[in-house]
Write a protein that binds this ligand. Structure first.
Ligand code: MG
Length: 452
């Protein structure tokens, strides 16, 4: 059986893996999976190919008897929001997130507005390869209705945050769909907003779409030049957020995650969810605020499922994909960005002051070549060898193998997409972090019979 879904929906290069024909078939498969009835919310990012692919997917849905509420160009979290708001049975977003402009794909959402789990994706995949596609009679073909959801999204998001002061914000949307929401959201909260790359353009001329330090030099400069309190950046579909502080520094994602997570803890909600690869700074800061951290495999779908299961206050990945379950269950970049401002406002501190109060951890990383066919066998051996290491406090197999020591941790995790095994180690001292890394790299070398 072939594979369609990766770590975040179906994604690939246009005309190679992704074609209008595939989209139409997937639309019909999805309609069949939904019982050939019900309303499906459909949104898209501003990629050049998105309208074409969206129209094909919609044709499939209609031919399978589903009704469509078309929300147009929106951030991915708006589809999650709209599914609940419009009482739809499912949602579809046509996007390739942070990938280069020639990529595209789809992400599916359930009736709760939560991304499809790998189990549900496997069901769709099986149905596609087994050609389970049921067309409806001519008089049962679905209808398309346009829905303007952006203004109610902005209103509802803004109503959840109250500010005592006025702030100056610079927003860099990378020409993605965040352009249509985040600047307006901050203005609605009374902020003075300056924008960079804030018109949707599917060729993404402004900067690389990943909101990482190397792509945010322009934002750092702009924050310093205008003397802003905060700089905000998104990836192409704005399900992620990154920040630049008032000194013009890109904020370490794990530290920001720790601050925001701790800020969401409530009397009746004492857990937050994060992935196995995020820093101990999250545990430390959340524990200081009386909370507990639940760790899941890497991927926002796993985080969302655990947030739901544990009735957690918050869930987030170091990539900047953050879930606020009181609002909805999809990672939400625009909402995350106003929650950072809320934290500054409620504490009366600058972002740089909030960050400088946090503990510093050092990370060491290496990727070891390993053929995909050998990964399972190698990871089994890593599990066995881990038992022989002294001073290990606990071993977790949530995703790969993660060994916890009293002064750090090391994670061994096979890459989901590339022929590598990734090793990450962390400790407060950089020597200890590299010691932990070296120890694990040596074990992998022994197992793979390569001298290190
Ligand atoms: Mg994204």
């Amino acid at each position: 059986m072939g594979k369609l879904f990766g770590t975040s929906g179906v994604r690939g290069v246009l005309w190679k893996q992704i074609t209008p024909g595939l989209m139409m078939d997937l639309g019909l498969v999805f309609a069949t999976h939904l019982g050939n009835s019900g309303t499906v919310v459909v949104g898209r990012d501003p990629r050049v190919s998105s309208v074409m692919l969206e129209d094909s997917f919609i044709s499939g849905l209609l031919s399978g008897g589903c009704r469509v509420r078309q929300v147009g160009t929106v951030p991915t979290p708006v589809v999650g929001f709209a599914v609940r708001r419009l009482r739809a049975v499912a949602g579809v977003m046509v996007t390739a997130s942070h990938n280069p402009p020639q990529y595209n794909g789809i992400k599916l959402f359930d009736s709760d507005g939560m991304a499809y789990t790998p189990e549900l994706e496997t069901k769709i995949e099986e149905a596609y390869f087994e050609k389970r596609m049921e067309r409806v009679r001519w008089d049962r073909i679905g209808k398309v209705e346009k829905a303007n959801i952006l203004s109610s999204y902005v209103d509802e998001a803004a109503a959840r945050v109250r500010l005592k002061r006025r702030y100056k914000i610079v927003v860099d949307c990378g020409n993605g769909s965040g352009s249509l929401v985040t600047p307006f959201l901050f203005r609605k909260l009374g902020c003075e907003v300056k924008t960079l790359n804030a018109h949707p353009d599917g060729t993404f001329p402004g900067r690389g779409l990943e909101p990482s330090a190397e792509n945010l030099e322009g934002l750092c400069k702009a924050v310093k030049t205008v003397g802003a309190d905060l700089g905000i950046a998104h990836d192409g579909d704005a399900d992620r957020v990154a920040a630049v502080d008032d000194l013009g520094r890109v904020v370490q994602p794990d530290k920001l995650l720790a601050l925001v997570a701790a800020g969401q803890l409530a009397e009746n909600r004492k857990t937050v969810v994060t992935t196995v690869d995020s820093s101990m700074v999250v545990d430390e800061v959340v524990a200081e605020h009386g909370g507990k951290v639940v760790r899941t495999p890497v991927g926002d779908v796993h985080v969302a499922a655990a947030v739901k299961q544990h009735d957690s206050a918050f869930g987030g990945e170091p990539s900047g994909a953050w879930i606020f379950p009181d609002f909805h269950l999809a990672p939400d970049g625009p909402f995350g960005s106003i929650k950072i401002l809320e934290l500054m406002d409620s504490t009366g501190k600058k972002l740089s002051e909030l960050l400088d109060g946090l503990p510093n951890y050092q990370t060491a990383r290496e990727k070891i070549p390993c053929p995909n066919s050998k990964k399972i066998q190698v990871m089994e051996k890593v599990g066995l060898r881990s038992k022989e290491i002294s001073d290990v406090l606990s071993v977790s197999h949530v995703d790969g193998t993660r060994l916890e020591f009293n002064d750090g941790w090391v994670l061994v995790r096979p890459s989901g997409t590339e022929p590598y095994i990734r090793v990450t180690a962390e400790s407060k001292s950089s020597e200890r972090a590299s010691d932990l890394l070296r120890m694990m790299v040596k074990i992998l070398g022994d197992i793979l019979h390569t001298p290190r």
